[in-house]
Design a protein around this ligand. Structure first.
Ligand SMILES: *Cc1c(COP(=O)(O)O)cnc(C)c1O
Length: 219
């Protein structure tokens, strides 16, 4: 476990899949991790991090940015429209564009500020009622809607159901992306990132396998 172990496993998976080295970016998911663990990974030279809550990201990243250059922050969790402005200021990428209302808000703010992070549309590949994301059947229409709003859609993101083979979901996501001419595929976490790389992931989101188990914020 740890950063170097994950990087070497990524290399191996890329080679096994016949993909070029570096084809997949590692997003180190630092949510709920103690700052000393995050700092240790920064000191090892890693610069791409993921957070799932705007509030938490706003609390810890400005200070890390004062001390380390070139940090790229990816917001991977559900985004409320009233936090969209703050999210756009903080993050270089948002992986959870999942509904028309949010797309419209992001488009309005992008026009107003003249800037927009890279965007990924979250697809609920398992069609789970409790999970965010656009349903697979609605994905083509939603991609078109986002493009009509001039949003910089780079790709798709999914979180497979915990009790199903993730490869089926990664393959479905890759298929929807290919049909829509999208290159980015944000898929794969600690337990399944090698399978995601085999199926074309461009961004994997790995937390506990780098930092260790998440420590609950209180007690
Ligand atoms: C927490 C989280 C991850 C990382 O999960 P691990 O199993 O710790 O690697 C990846 N993606 C999302 C959306 C998350 O919320």
């Amino acid at each position: 476990m740890g950063l170097n172990d994950i990087l070497s496993r990524m290399n191996k998976a890329e080679r096994a899949a016949g993909r070029p080295e570096g084809a997949t970016k590692l997003i180190a998911v630092s949510k709920v991790q103690p700052n000393d663990r995050v700092r240790a990974v920064l000191e090892q030279g890693h610069r791409i991090f993921g957070e799932n809550r705007v509030q938490e990201a706003a609390g810890k990243w400005p200070e890390f940015r004062e001390n380390f250059d070139g940090i790229e922050l990816h917001l991977i969790g559900p985004l409320q429209t009233n936090k969209a402005r703050q999210a756009m200021e903080l993050a270089q990428a948002i992986h959870s564009v999942d509904r028309p209302k949010l797309a419209k808000t992001l488009a309005r703010l992008a026009q107003e500020t003249g800037a927009c992070p890279d965007l990924f549309i979250q697809v609920n590949t398992g069609e789970e009622p409790q999970k965010a994301g656009i349903l697979p059947a609605d994905a083509d229409g939603f991609v078109a809607e986002c493009r009509a709003l001039d949003l910089p859609i780079k790709g798709l993101m999914c979180i497979p159901p915990v009790d199903e083979e993730p490869s089926l979901h990664f393959a479905l996501l890759a298929k929807i992306a290919a049909c829509n001419g999208l290159e980015g595929l944000s898929m794969g976490m600690s337990g399944d990132f090698e399978r995601a790389i085999a199926l074309g992931a461009t961004h994997i989101r790995v937390g506990s396998a780098i930092f260790g188990d998440r420590v609950p914020p209180s007690g």
